[in-house]
Design a protein around this ligand. Structure first.
Ligand SMILES: *Cc1c(COP(=O)(O)O)cnc(C)c1O
Length: 406
């Protein structure tokens, strides 16, 4: 594990991370940190977490050799870690389960969450239903319109979806609103944050709940291969699925860790969501990291066909791994993600989340330049049924553009 001495005390990763929050939020963060440290070391808690991961989430998720994709690329062999097969269809539930169990242990009857595309909201509402917790989910007004099916899912699961009208009515505004709620309600409420961002202890805690992905992968490799993989590839929105699979391999210097950010229409157009590739050092949502901002420090709007990567910041550990060159970060544009979405559908019979298609694209770029005795592992963070209309929309917009330019 890459960790400076101060990591566990203050949540700093080099110059990144920390707790840039109003004084009124500090007691809540301290209580949460203490509860997490206690529970994570407690066998009873860990057994309960493992039991739910197995029987409710459906873990371990398979490590799958993508034979036809490999043949199509030529070169290195490609494996997929199938987080798409989890209950609710993505890796997010590993984290919401951990945080909801923690809320139970803290005797908080209510959880709140922020959501953009609605996936984190659905994963939170799901475990809240199972554990008998009240659940309020903050969601931008704009996103509520764009993501109606997920709003319905949350409502069926018994959660209240609270519309947020401030700012641009999207994810970053919902996150601000949820933090504001928490300041006033901390006695009976726990805040379930969706990725490895936000103030300490969230980046460390979410990473801990997601590290099961990499731990399983490390074990599963032995059934297929004699050697470690040449590279692990994961998409990066806030960075939780990447952190989860990177963890187990951070000690292994021969394994390249590759994070893939959303290039949207292309870095050069300014319409993207690549905080490492195109952002600057700043503070967002209580933590210091790379942030997409203008010359005045205002948060810039993000663009990506995949809603889950559409976040103007990135977890502080990824900023640190980038800075220390312990991991490599690349960018895949909408077009390439959509092309690889198709490719995986047709060759493997797997409809990937558009987020995950970014990671598939990076593997497809690299494999042909590598030897057949090497192999790559792609973290397939989620399934893509939710993205079919986004893919249609992207194609329709493209057709219009082509027609106009003729
Ligand atoms: C939310 C989401 C992501 C992005 O979140 P990270 O915290 O970067 O993992 C990636 N893939 C899927 C399927 C998601 O739902």
């Amino acid at each position: 594990m890459i960790m400076d001495q101060s990591e566990h005390k203050t949540g700093h990763f080099g110059p990144f991370g920390g707790q840039y929050v109003p004084e009124t939020l500090m007691p809540a963060l301290e209580e949460l940190e203490q509860a997490f440290n206690y529970c994570w070391a407690d066998t009873h808690f860990r057994n309960e977490f493992d039991k739910y991961l197995r029987d409710y989430v459906g873990r371990p998720s398979p490590l799958y050799y993508a034979e036809r994709l490999t043949r199509h690329c030529g070169g290195a062999r490609i494996y997929l870690k199938r987080e798409d097969l989890n209950h609710t269809g993505a890796h997010k539930i590993n984290n919401t389960l951990g945080q909801a169990l923690l809320a139970k242990y803290m005797n908080k009857p209510r959880v709140i969450a922020e959501t953009g595309a609605g996936m984190h909201g659905v994963a939170t509402a799901t475990v809240a239903a199972r554990l008998g917790l009240e659940c309020d989910v903050y969601m931008g007004r704009e996103d509520i319109h764009r993501q109606a099916p997920n709003v319905r899912r949350m409502e069926y699961l018994g959660a209240n979806v609270l519309p947020v009208d401030t700012g641009s009515g999207t994810l970053k505004d919902a996150l601000n609103e949820a933090l504001r709620d928490w300041v006033g309600s901390v006695q009976r409420t726990s805040y379930v944050l969706g990725t490895v961002a936000g103030p300490h202890p969230y980046p460390l805690m979410v990473r801990a709940f997601q590290r099961v992905i990499g731990d399983e992968t490390y074990e599963q490799i032995a059934r297929h291969e004699n050697d470690l993989p040449a590279a692990i590839i994961a998409c990066v929105g806030g960075g939780s699925n990447a952190s989860g699979i990177f963890q187990a391999f951070q000690q292994e210097s021969q394994v390249k860790l590759i994070g893939v950010e959303a290039g949207g229409s292309g870095l050069e157009t300014g319409k993207h969501a690549a905080s490492i590739g195109g952002g600057r050092l700043g503070v967002l949502h209580g933590s210091k990291s790379y942030v997409l901002q203008d010359d005045y420090g205002q948060i810039k709007p993000t663009h990506s066909a995949s809603a889950g990567l559409d976040y103007p910041g990135v977890g502080p550990e990824h900023a640190y791994l980038h800075e220390m060159q312990k991991a490599e970060y690349t960018v895949v544009n909408d077009q390439e993600a959509v092309d690889n979405f198709d490719l995986l559908c047709r060759l493997e019979g797997i409809i990937p989340a558009l987020e995950s298609a970014h990671a598939v694209a990076e593997a497809v770029r690299r494999a042909p330049r590598m030897r057949p005795d090497e192999y790559l592992i792609v973290n397939l963070s989620g399934r893509g049924d939710k993205d079919m209309s986004a893919v249609d929309e992207f194609r329709n917009a493209q057709k219009k553009e082509d027609a106009n330019s003729e």
